[in-house]
Design a protein around this ligand. Structure first.
Ligand code: NAD
Length: 387
């Protein structure tokens, strides 16, 4: 097994998650930490040492690190508004890149990174974007059931992220809650995972009609509450909801309904699953919430396969996605989450903001094609305005 030298750019909250996740793989060596603030890189290096790891070299820019070290893979965990620029640097240097979600805040550069990722793929270079919940046991079970047609025609979905983030959270980094670096609020930062799952399950969106508002926070430019309706190419309809103003924080829930079966994933756990194909009871007026086949279904996806090797490792989702990414690198194939997948999720989020700003429905393909790239988006109301 050859060693894969990794660097982490951005040594804040999620940079640490990447360090912990990467240390699960004996073939990976973290050789460099890059952060514009040297103290942040120092702190992560200390942490890695405390965990029994080798202290990586520290840099303030990717250019310096690339010049000094032999790096094969870069994990990008910087503020969202830097992701495309920094991943283009990584790909131009011929290295694999793992980009934290969201892909970026700026859809106008999406085509550029998509083209760079495709060109890199031709040379065996892997580019993937973190969407760790696609690798949860429950998401895999639902996705395979959809692929096998076990829910029949997917008729509707409800996707809700009902979280709480305090004012202190938004005040903790000057990039948080800004259009330029966070790219949006509850939907972009907290909800993009769920948007990605919704698109993965339901397919390509057609039309989006949304409202957004800032209701329980100050000193942020973006929304803390967003609701939208979404139509899909398969004819299915969905309701999308994301908020950081739901004290004390409820669950993330995806409810998927079809003509032959339905599933509910709540806080990453499969809470309900039913497919008519299992030959159980049927009724003209439905089973009234009964017929939960979750246990039988999950038994097909043994939990051990979805855990980190070390049970104390907390970012198991990142570990699962890294398994996929490292397999793609080793096998010269596409990763489970491609840059194009992330472009679609970003375009769906942007569609919500464009629709809420214009007060009318928008076509996903128009947003994707850049029709509204020059539109300055904004949120509906502020606490002061709504008081
Ligand atoms: N996958 C997930 O579940 C998840 C969870 C949290 C955050 N994220 C994403 O991770 C990214 C970072 O979020 P965070 O909460 O770790 O933020 P953070 O503010 O804690 O960390 C960002 C780090 O990037 C550094 N940085 C800023 N500009 C830089 C530059 N030009 N070059 C190098 N380093 C630079 C900062 O100094 C800071 O240490 C965001 O895109 C966020 O959306 C993903």
């Amino acid at each position: 097994m050859s060693t894969l030298n990794a660097a982490i750019t951005g040594c804040g909250v999620i940079g640490r998650t990447h360090a912990v996740a990467l240390r699960e793989f004996p073939e990976v060596r973290i050789v460099a930490l890059i952060d514009a603030i040297p103290a942040a890189a120092e702190a992560l290096a200390d942490f890695i040492e405390q965990q029994g790891g080798e202290r990586p070299a520290l840099y303030t820019t990717q250019a310096e690190a690339f010049a000094a070290e032999d790096i094969h893979l870069v994990a990008l965990a910087t503020p969202s508004g830097l992701h495309i620029q920094q991943s283009l640097e990584v790909l131009a240097a011929g290295k694999h890149v793992v980009i934290e979600k969201p892909l970026d805040v700026d859809l106008s550069r999406a085509q550029e990174i998509e083209a760079a990722a495709k060109e890199a793929a031709g040379k065996g270079i892997v580019a993937s974007v973190i969407s760790q919940h696609r690798f949860d046991q429950s998401s895999v079970a639902v996705s395979r059931a959809i692929a096998a047609g076990r829910f029949g025609k997917l008729t509707s979905a409800i996707a809700s992220v009902a979280w709480w983030r305090s004012q202190g959270y938004y005040d903790s980094g000057d990039w948080r809650g800004t259009w330029a670096m966070d790219g949006g609020g509850a939907l972009m930062n907290q909800g993009v995972h769920t948007v990605d799952l919704l698109l993965w399950f339901m397919g390509r969106p057609v039309e989006i009609f949304a409202h957004t508002a800032r209701l329980a926070h100050e000193r942020i430019e973006v929304e803390d509450t967003a609701v939208a309706t979404v139509t899909f190419e398969n004819g299915g309809l969905a309701v999308l909801h994301a908020t950081t103003a739901a004290y004390p924080g409820l669950t993330v829930r995806v409810q998927l309904m079809g003509s032959e079966g339905s599933a509910v994933v709540d806080n990453d756990r499969l809470q309900y699953f039913h497919s008519r194909d299992t030959g159980g009871a049927s009724a003209d007026m439905g089973l009234q919430g009964g017929g939960n086949q979750t246990e039988e279904e999950l038994a097909k996806y043994p939990e051990e396969d979805y855990k980190a090797a070390d049970p104390t490792v907390y970012p198991a989702g990142h570990v699962r996605q890294y398994r996929d990414i490292l397999a793609a690198i080793a096998g010269g194939k596409q990763p489970g989450v491609t840059v194009s997948d992330a472009v679609n999720a970003l375009a769906a989020v942007r569609s919500v903001y464009v629709s809420a700003t214009l007060g009318q429905p928008v076509l996903f393909e128009d947003v994707l094609a850049g029709k509204y790239n020059d539109l300055e988006v904004h949120t509906g109301s502020t606490p002061a305005e709504s008081a």
